[in-house]
Every structure is written in structure tokens, then in C-alpha cells.
Design a protein around this ligand. Structure first.
Ligand code: GRF
Length: 203
């Protein structure tokens, strides 16, 4: 299974995924492409260091979102990509991308969805005063963090937490949850039944 990761920022999830898939030689799954809308982002450096091919683009050089999404689809097809992982990709994806990849595009979000979708989920959770939050991996359906949920893990909020301290613990969880989810998909254990995702464990 050839996988493309879309990211805009630091790319710690990108790196965790590359390293985890390389370490487990089990199912044939590899990160074959990074798609990044911020050519200066740290994730682009990580891709270079890890020898992962990258498509770096600047949205402002295109007349519309549709125009760059069409180009992305062409790159994905050229590379034979079968799964897209959004990991800190800070742009909405539209039907140009979602329609051809529905059921083959996942996202990781730093909260227990459907709580705290959108930007600054960790700040939202602190602001709300919840006692637990966490991370969610879900299929992308064109809404904002709204698609069918594949996996979630909870993180306790501590009295003394700041956004930074809480983000650190959520990220540590993400770095396990995302590779686990990708492996389950690569092994063909994940299926969507309308709103619900079934995960077949064991055997
Ligand atoms: C992660 O917390 C992810 O949940 C969110 O964006 C962050 C990306 O972090 N969608 P990184 O770039 O992988 O370090």
C-alpha cells in the first residue's frame, strides 16, 4: 500500500509514521509521498532527511483551490497512492480530492471528536475545562473533522496543564495511534458501514 501524508507544519506525526512503518516489515505499507502546502515547513526537511519524495506547492501560485487539488490528484495517481493521511494539513479539502479518495483518506485530530473540531482543539478543550481529551483518527468526508471515526485514545487533563504540556502528551499518543490505525487499514481490517467504522482485530 502506497501512502501519501499531507502536512503543513512540524510533521512529527509524519516522521512517527514513516519510522513505525519502516520498523514493522509486516504488511507492505510505505509512505511514498509527502504533500505540503508550505515549502518552508519543518516537515519538508524531515521528508528530505528520511528520503521521502515530496510535492511542495504554494497555493498562491494557483488560480483556485480546485486548480491545486487537481494537480495533487495527478501526483497521487502518478505515484500509485492508495491511502491519504492528513497529519496537520491546515487546509480544507474539497470534493476534487475527497470524492476520488472517500474511504481512502484519513485525518488525525487532537481531541475526542465530535468534541472540539476545527482549529486549536487543545486550547478549546482547556478553555472548556474538560477532564479528559485525547486524539481521534477518522475518515475524511469533506466536513470539518466530521467523518466516520476509526480510533480514539483518551488523555487526562491535569490541573496544572498548559496548552504546551497537554499538547506534548496528546502528541505522544498520536504517534502511536496513527501508525496503529494505518496498519489496520493496510491489513484490510477496517471497513465503513455508513456512519460506523468496523475494525476487525485478531487472527
Ligand atoms: C497534530 O496534533 C494533529 O492532530 C493535528 O495537527 C498536529 C500536527 O502535528 N491535526 P505534527 O505536524 O504532526 O507535529
Amino acid at each position: 500500500l502506497k501512502i501519501a501524508v499531507f502536512a503543513s507544519g512540524s510533521g512529527s506525526n509524519f516522521q512517527a509514521l514513516v519510522e513505525s512503518l519502516r520498523a514493522s516489515n509486516a504488511p507492505a505499507a510505505e509512505i511514498a509521498l509527502l504533500v505540503c502546502d508550505k515549502p518552508q515547513a519543518k516537515v519538508a526537511e524531515r521528508a528530505e532527511r528520511l528520503s521521502v519524495p515530496a510535492f511542495l506547492f504554494s497555493p498562491k501560485n494557483y488560480p483556485s483551490r480546485e486548480a491545486y487539488e487537481k494537480e495533487i490528484v495527478a501526483k497521487l495517481e502518478e505515484a500509485g497512492i492508495g491511502l491519504i493521511v492528513l497529519a496537520g494539513y491546515m487546509r480544507l479539502v474539497t470534493d476534487t480530492l475527497v470524492a476520488p479518495y472517500y474511504g481512502r483518506m484519513i485525518n488525525i485530530h487532537p481531541a475526542i471528536l465530535p468534541s472540539f473540531p476545527g482549529l486549536n482543539a487543545i486550547g478549546q478543550a482547556l478553555e472548556h475545562g474538560v477532564k479528559v481529551t485525547g486524539a481521534t483518527v477518522h475518515f475524511v468526508d469533506g466536513g470539518m473533522d466530521s467523518g466516520p471515526i476509526i480510533a480514539q485514545r483518551v488523555v487526562e487533563v491535569r490541573e496544572e496543564d498548559t496548552e504546551d504540556s497537554l499538547a506534548k502528551r496528546i502528541q505522544a499518543v498520536e504517534h502511536e495511534l496513527l501508525p496503529q490505525s494505518v496498519r489496520l487499514i493496510a491489513e484490510g481490517r477496517v471497513s465503513i458501514d455508513k456512519r460506523k467504522v468496523n475494525v476487525r482485530l485478531g487472527d
